[in-house]
Design a protein around this ligand. Structure first.
Ligand code: HEC
Ligand code: HEC
Ligand code: HEC
Ligand code: HEC
Length: 108
């Protein structure tokens, strides 16, 4: 419990991307603090629904997090905003499920 409190304090202190890490599946949840508000991505819930990790980790899991390549325009990797919007919104639109409006993801 004490550990959790410390962890939450650290997470709150780190104002940019924060991850709460569990086991080898990566973080259960990822929060993106953007100028338009916080985007909360429930990684665990998405993993349950999409068991093929390559659905999102299109370069494989060993390649690291999306932002290893997508942070800024690096080589031919589109920048983070475009990559996330395309993958996140793209799937929600295609499946007619999940948020597609700005304020449904970016919450102030
Ligand atoms: C719906 C999309 C999606 C699915 C499906 C998915 N992930 Fe992720 N995963 C993400 C996103 C987004 C991040 C955050 C990366 C970032 O912000 O750069 C992430 C982060 C991670 C990380 C931590 C970052 C790293 O690479 O070091 C691990 C580990 C990971 N995922 C493993 C998995 C595994 C294992 C599966 C399959 C069981 C899986 N993911 C399925 C989207 C997904
Ligand atoms: C090892 C580097 C690397 C990693 C890690 C990576 N990408 Fe990419 N991504 C690329 C490159 C390079 C491209 C350009 C097309 C190609 O080579 O596949 C791309 C293309 C894309 C596209 C298509 C963009 C377009 O305009 O067509 C999306 C969407 C995307 N990535 C999302 C993600 C997400 C989300 C993650 C994390 C779950 C991720 N990528 C992880 C390098 C990476
Ligand atoms: C491969 C398809 C797919 C991708 C990629 C995907 N999602 Fe989703 N997402 C879904 C589906 C389907 C639902 C609806 C789940 C339900 O209602 O049962 C959903 C629901 C959500 C929700 C609302 C429910 C919740 O978990 O709070 C949010 C927020 C969300 N997604 C954010 C994201 C973000 C941010 C990304 C990109 C980092 C992303 N999603 C990528 C398919 C996807
Ligand atoms: C499905 C969820 C989702 C929807 C819908 C969505 N976004 Fe995003 N947005 C994200 C994610 C995830 C990021 C990546 C944050 C990062 O790179 O740290 C992002 C990044 C951004 C950024 C860059 C912010 C920054 O501080 O770097 C802007 C601006 C933005 N979105 C605007 C919008 C607008 C405007 C809309 C509506 C037209 C919208 N978004 C809809 C999830 C979403």
């Amino acid at each position: 419990m004490k550990k959790l409190v410390v962890l939450l304090a650290v997470v709150a202190f780190v104002a940019t991307t924060s991850m709460v890490v569990f086991a080898n599946n990566g973080p259960a949840e990822v929060k993106y603090d953007t100028k338009m508000g916080t985007v909360t991505f429930n990684h665990a819930a998405h993993q349950k629904q999409f068991t093929d990790c390559a659905t999102c980790h299109h370069k494989g899991l060993d390649a690291g997090a999306c932002k290893t390549c997508h942070l800024k325009k690096k080589g031919d990797a589109p920048k983070a905003k475009d990559a996330f919007h395309k993958q996140c919104k793209g799937c929600h639109k295609k499946m007619k499920k999940g948020p597609t409006k700005c304020k449904e993801c970016h919450v102030k």
